[in-house]
Design a protein around this ligand. Structure first.
Ligand SMILES: [Ca+2]
Ligand SMILES: [Ca+2]
Ligand SMILES: [Ca+2]
Length: 477
């Protein structure tokens, strides 16, 4: 802008709930009053005003050519305005006189959102839409009733307990040091990755704002005991049941009990343990689960270093298993990443890398006790075991069908679209599991597969080039 933002000149301007940024002098007000304004220079003054803020932090886009001056959920302007409807009559009179409305258009924002419905007004022309109904908020710095970010519950269990069936729990980023497991015994959705101001799920980012449940090596993180549970955007770290019967201790991060039905997506499981037992990260029994866009690294158990599925149904899509360990040494131990006991396990577009069952069977996947395992469009490379470095079936039970998959083990390559070639990943040591240019996995997957994901692990469109790629990532040209 060439001139001043609001220039009083010889008249008089009173400015409230106004954003003026990027001008040569945002507010030039000497006689009129100011409050609850925002400037990028130092000229916003009066109570509730904020100076020296950055447009990029306030607006969806302040970039020339792609401007979108709606507020970001995380903007300082959100809920920082003066509630004019609740202000003294004189203020209302001024506002209404200016617009001379038949009804009260001063209560509507630029999109028509009714500010009268808002508990706290935003500064500027845009009011960010209200948070949906049925959301419970968690922020460890608060001790409220869970009904807003400002009055959030301090812990997740309080929010789950308060939620009705079908409601949501939004968890602010941070580390939650658990001293007992969170019991989820109703159909609720639990989301992480919030800055603590968002009003829409789309405003959060679980990778940039990690929300970590830390079992501190003494407790499991979560016990799932109902149908219809969604877990999204959480990091499960150092979960481990140190007390209780062997049977109860199964599952370092999550134990899904009889009849539980869950979806876990956009989660990271790391350093969870179930010593001499089943399921380093997840254990499920007579349950049904979907695991999507998750990463499992450095989890340890006797069997099923990452996941142990017993008499269950499990779909695993777009997920990465790296460096998990099954360290049991009995005749049925193994499954460095996944152990399938009598379950139906369907694995699509996953990476299994450097998982180990060096005293047992199946460095990546072990299937046992009349199971069905289907592996499609996946990479199993660099896993090790005493017997069957990648995939192990109980002798005389041909349980595992493998198609369009890169397997470093005799008996698979050249059959059903499978290959046995170095997948040429970017850098496994640095946890960069994307495909290098020239990888044999590019366009080598099967597109016509039930449950093919639309997006890859990074959220990029799934099918590029001639066909879908093998593994969790679609190659970017
Ligand atoms: Ca508001
Ligand atoms: Ca709006
Ligand atoms: Ca492709």
């Amino acid at each position: 802008m060439k001139g001043k933002g609001l220039d009083e000149g010889h008249g008089l301007i009173s400015a409230v709930n106004t954003i003026s940024m990027g001008n040569i002098g945002d507010f030039a007000i000497r006689r009129g009053s100011q409050s609850n304004n925002i400037s990028s220079d130092g000229t916003a003054a009066g109570s509730g005003s904020m100076a020296f803020l950055t447009p990029a932090d306030q607006f969806v886009s302040a970039i020339p050519g792609t401007e979108d001056f709606h507020l970001k959920d995380t903007s300082a302007a959100v809920d920082a305005g003066k509630n004019l409807a609740a202000a003294p009559a004189s203020v209302n009179d001024i506002a209404r006189t200016v617009d001379a409305p038949a009804t009260h258009p001063d209560l509507l924002d630029i999109d028509g959102t009714d500010r009268a419905e808002e508990d706290a007004w935003d500064i500027g022309a845009d009011e960010v839409e209200s948070a949906p109904e049925g959301v419970w908020y968690v922020d460890p710095a608060k001790t409220g009733d869970g009904t807003s970010w400002k009055t959030a519950y301090a812990n997740i269990q309080q929010a789950v307990d308060a939620a009705l069936d079908g409601e949501q729990v939004w968890v602010k980023a941070g580390v939650y040091a658990l001293t007992s497991e969170i019991i989820v015994d109703k159909p609720v959705s639990i989301y992480g990755g919030f800055s603590g101001k968002e009003k829409r799920l789309a405003g959060r980012n679980w990778k940039q704002r990690p929300t970590t449940l830390d079992g501190q090596g003494t407790t499991r993180c979560m016990f799932l005991n109902h149908e219809g549970i969604l877990i999204n955007g959480l990091i499960f770290r150092s979960g481990s049941m140190s007390e209780g019967l062997l049977k109860i201790r199964r599952g370092g991060a999550i134990h899904a009990a009889l009849k539980a039905q869950f979806t876990v997506e956009d989660c990271l499981f790391t350093d969870n343990r179930t010593p001499a037992n089943s399921g380093g990260a997840i254990f499920m029994t007579e349950a049904s689960g979907v695991v999507r866009n998750c990463e499992f690294s450095n989890n340890t158990a006797g069997s099923g270093g990452a996941i142990y599925a017993e008499m269950s149904t499990l779909n695993v899509v777009n997920s990465i298993f790296a460096g998990n360990i099954a360290d049991g040494g009995t005749t049925t131990s193994g499954g460095g990443a996944i152990f399938n006991k009598g379950s139906t396990v369907v694995i699509t577009n996953c990476n299994f890398l450097q998982n180990h069952a060096d005293s047992g069977f199946g460095g990546a996947v072990h299937s046992f006790y009349n199971p069905t395992s289907e592996i499609t469009n996946s990479i199993l490379w660099g896993n090790t075991a005493k017997v069957s470095p990648q995939i192990h079936d109980t002798p005389n039970q041909k349980a595992t069908s493998v198609a369009y998959t890169d397997v470093d083990q005799d008996g698979f390559g050249g059959i059903n679209g499978n290959i046995r070639q170095d997948p040429l990943l970017m850098d496994i040591a640095l946890k960069d599991f994307r495909l290098q240019p020239g990888s044999p996995c590019i366009d080598a997957g099967k597109q016509d597969v039930l449950g093919l994901p639309e997006l890859d692990f990074n959220g990029a469109p799934r099918v590029k080039g001639k066909s879908v790629d093998i593994g969790a990532f679609e190659f970017e040209n």
